[in-house]
Design a protein around this ligand. Structure first.
Ligand SMILES: Cc1ncc(CN)c(N)n1
Length: 239
């Protein structure tokens, strides 16, 4: 590793540099009023139920996106074995997540078969679909994959911190994404993304095409954060 990439790695990687640069939108996505309302116990339960039904639809789409990232890792990664294991572990988690959504929906009286995707959800799913194309670089796709998982991890872990008023009936929801195991999984995804982003940055230095990949990854990361904010807004009924 050399030059710019080395510098970035020393500071915590390309991703941390971008998160510092786009701090406001990152905070917007991970400290949204919907999450803060769960954390202080003032959450509106009809908003929560709306989120539950909509997120089930999103997760089904996200599984297809995860599968597309897995294929890219298998085809394009310089550490195919290591990367595919991490992604496959995430997909096993998504399998559990779908079963969990069904169980929660019946507990909260949410009829999943009658839930219609709302505008913000449709747009987010369309965005995911656009990134499933084989033309989209693995580096871009894994950065997006990490960002989507990390927003939920950061958001729900915030509700589990000491001295919060998260209602007992929502603790399990927060545990789903806020637990340490999920945190470690996100850390593994971040490491993969940083490795590839630093490689793209090195390619740039030696005159290979790395610029497009880096620019696209940064733009798509911001788009994820914007979609996440819109998704929370939709759940709260403010979109
Ligand atoms: C909208 C959204 N973003 C992220 C996640 C985490 N898989 C989720 N379930 N839903």
């Amino acid at each position: 590793m050399e030059g710019k990439a080395k510098e970035e790695a020393g500071k915590g990687g390309v991703i941390d540099t971008w998160l510092r640069k786009h701090r406001l939108i990152y905070i917007g996505a991970t400290r949204h009023p919907f999450i803060l309302a769960i954390r202080d116990g003032t959450v509106n339960y009809s908003s929560f139920k709306k989120w539950l039904g909509q997120d089930y639809i999103f997760v089904r789409e996200f599984v297809a996106f995860a599968a597309s990232v897995l294929i890219k890792a298998w085809k394009e990664s310089d550490d195919s074995e290591g990367d595919t294991e991490v992604i496959l572990g995430g997909m096993a988690g998504l399998h559990d997540e779908i079963a969990w959504f069904k169980k929660e929906a019946s507990k909260w009286g949410v009829e999943l078969s009658e839930t219609v995707p709302q505008k913000a959800n449709q747009l987010y799913c369309r965005f995911l679909e656009s990134l499933m194309s084989p033309e989209v670089d693995y580096t871009v796709a894994i950065t997006v994959f990490w960002a989507i998982e990390a927003v939920y991890q950061e958001s729900f872990a915030h509700c589990l911190e000491p001295d919060t008023n998260t209602p007992p009936e929502l603790q399990e929801v927060c545990q789903r994404w806020g637990n340490d195991g999920f945190g470690q999984y996100c850390h593994s995804l971040k490491k993969i993304a940083n490795r590839l982003l630093e490689k793209a940055s090195d390619d740039l230095i030696v005159g290979k095409a790395g610029d497009d990949v880096l620019k696209k990854a940064e733009v798509e990361l911001i788009r994820v954060l914007e979609h996440e904010v819109e998704f929370w807004n939709m759940s709260r009924g403010t979109a």
